[in-house]
Write a protein that binds this ligand. Structure first.
Ligand SMILES: [Mn+2]
Length: 441
C-alpha cells in the first residue's frame, strides 16, 4: 500500500496555507465524513468528505482537522488510534504516529480526546469556521464549547464567537481548478467516456437497463475508477423522461431511445456525462429530429462558453434554442418570446443547463457574487446539459414524441479564450453513435 496522501503532501499543504490565510481571527473545525450503517453491522461504502479530503488527502473516518492561523501549531489532526483487532476486520489505520508522519500536522491527538480538547481550541477565536448540520454530535460539541468559552470570559460582556460556514470558503477555492486538478478531471472524464462507449457497443434490443448499467460501471472500474461519482441513470423509452430514474430495471425495446447519465470518480474528482441513443442502433425519423434539436442547442451552448460569460446566459441560450425546437416539433404553439416569458418551455425542459463539477458532481462554489451571477473565469469546470422530455401521458404532444427524452451532457473547463471539452471522447453525433451501437464484436 502506498502511504500518505495521493499526489504527495505538497498539494494539501498549499491548500491549507491558502485557507489559513482566509481564517484570520478564527479557527476552522473540519470533520471527516461519517460512516453510515446500512443495516445491522453493514456500512455503506465510506467515502471521505470532499472538503476534508481537499485539505488533507486523508481517507479515514472519525477524524477532524483543526486549522488555527493564530496558533504556533496551525494544523492539528484528530484521528483514530491504531487497533490491531479492528484492523484485522477493517484494514490498516494510520493511527497517531502514521498521521503525523505522512500527513504533516503540527499536532495529532486521538479522536477520543476531541470533545474534551475542543473548549481550549475555540477559547480565543472570534470566529468558528465550521459546517453545521452534517454531524449532530459535532454540532452539539461545538455549540457547547462556544458557550463555555463565552462563560470563561466572565463579565466582560463578550458574546459567543461568530459561526461561519467553512464550506463556502473552501468551495471558492475548489471552484478554481489547478493544473493537477484539471489533469485528474481529464482522467475521470476520459474513463467516464469509455464507460459510455462500452455501453453503446453492447446495447441490443431485449437487454435490460441494468445490463447496460453493469457494462458502464464495469468499464469504469476496469479503467481504474475509484467509484461512481453518483448513481447511474439508465433509462429506456419513457424512463428517460424521469430525471432521476435509477431503478434501471426495464427491458429495452427496439424502437426506444436509451438515456445514460453516468460518471466515474477518479482521484476524488468525477466526470458527469449523459448520452442518448437508439437501442437498435438506428435513429428513426422522429428520434432523429428530436435528438438533432437538442444536439444543436448543446453544441451552441458549448461554443458560448468563454471567460467573462455567465452560466445564466448559457442557460438562457439553451432555453431559446429549445423553445424554438419545441415549436418546430409541434410541442408548443406561439412566439418564442411569449413562450419563454410564460415559462411554457418548462414543461419540456424543467432543469438547469449547468452546474459546477469537481470533487462533487454538483461541486462547491458560489453561483452568484453580491447578488449578481458571477462571471466565468479560466479553470472553472462545469457541465453543459440541455435536454428535452415529453411525458408519455402528454396527450397535447404529437404522438410520435410522447415518452421521448433526450439529454446530452458534456463537461467543460474554461480556458483563455473558450473552453476545453473534457468529455469529447464520448460520441454524440448521429453518424458516430450509429457506428458504435451494438458493435461489440
Ligand atoms: Mn450533470
Amino acid at each position: 500500500m502506498q502511504k500518505g496522501p495521493r499526489g504527495g503532501k505538497e498539494i494539501y499543504n498549499r491548500r491549507r496555507k491558502e485557507l489559513l490565510n482566509k481564517l484570520q481571527g478564527g479557527v476552522a473545525i473540519i470533520p471527516s465524513g461519517q460512516e453510515l450503517i446500512r443495516n445491522n453491522d453493514v456500512h455503506y461504502p465510506f467515502r471521505q468528505d470532499s472538503c476534508f479530503y481537499y485539505l488533507t488527502g486523508f481517507i479515514e473516518p472519525e477524524s477532524v482537522v483543526i486549522l488555527d492561523p493564530s496558533s504556533p501549531n496551525p494544523f492539528t489532526m484528530f484521528v483514530r488510534e491504531r487497533d490491531p483487532s479492528r484492523e484485522i476486520w477493517d484494514g490498516f489505520r494510520y493511527g497517531i504516529e502514521g498521521a503525523g508522519e505522512y500527513f504533516g500536522p503540527n499536532k495529532v491527538y486521538p479522536i477520543s480526546e476531541f470533545h474534551t480538547r475542543l473548549p481550549e481550541i475555540v477559547k480565543n477565536a472570534e470566529k468558528i469556521f465550521y459546517k453545521i448540520g452534517e454531524n449532530k454530535e459535532y454540532d452539539q460539541s461545538i455549540f457547547e464549547a462556544m458557550e463555555k468559552a463565552r462563560r470563561l470570559k466572565g463579565r466582560s460582556g463578550i458574546g459567543v464567537a461568530a459561526l461561519v460556514d467553512v464550506k463556502q470558503i473552501i468551495g471558492e477555492m475548489r471552484l478554481f481548478k489547478t493544473p493537477e486538478e484539471i489533469e485528474l478531471l481529464r482522467k475521470a472524464t476520459e474513463i467516464s467516456a469509455h464507460g459510455h462507449i462500452a455501453a453503446m457497443k453492447v446495447c441490443k434490443p431485449g437487454m435490460f437497463e441494468y445490463e447496460i448499467e453493469a457494462e458502464v460501471e464495469r468499464e469504469f472500474r476496469r479503467r481504474g475508477a475509484d467509484r461512481l461519482g453518483y448513481t447511474s441513470i439508465v433509462g429506456s423509452g419513457a424512463n428517460a423522461t424521469v430525471l432521476h430514474y435509477i431503478s434501471n430495471s426495464d427491458k429495452m425495446e427496439k424502437d426506444q431511445l436509451l438515456l445514460i447519465d453516468a460518471g466515474a470518480e477518479f482521484g476524488y474528482v468525477t466526470g458527469d456525462i449523459t448520452r442518448t441513443f437508439p437501442v437498435n442502433g438506428k435513429f428513426s425519423a422522429s428520434q432523429k429530429k428530436f435528438y438533432e434539436a437538442v444536439l444543436t442547442v448543446q453544441k451552441d451552448c458549448i461554443n458560448f462558453v468563454k471567460p467573462g460569460g455567465k452560466l445564466p446566459d448559457i442557460h438562457a441560450h439553451a432555453i431559446e434554442g429549445l423553445t424554438d425546437a419545441m415549436v418546430e416539433l409541434g410541442l408548443l404553439k406561439g412566439k418564442r418570446k411569449e413562450l419563454i416569458e410564460s415559462r411554457a418551455f418548462f414543461k419540456y425542459y424543467p432543469h438547469g443547463t449547468s452546474h459546477w463539477l469537481g470533487m462533487d458532481v454538483h461541486d462547491a462554489g458560489l453561483y452568484s457574487l453580491n447578488g449578481e451571477p458571477r462571471k466565468l473565469e479560466k479553470n472553472m469546470c462545469f457541465t453543459v446539459e440541455p435536454g428535452l422530455y415529453v411525458s408519455e401521458s402528454d396527450t397535447e404532444a404529437p404522438a410520435e414524441y410522447r415518452g421521448m427524452g433526450v439529454r446530452i451532457e458534456d463537461d467543460v473547463v474554461v480556458t483563455e479564450k473558450g473552453c476545453e471539452v473534457l468529455t469529447k471522447l464520448a460520441p454524440k453525433e448521429i453518424s458516430e453513435l450509429e457506428g458504435f451501437i451494438g458493435k461489440s464484436v
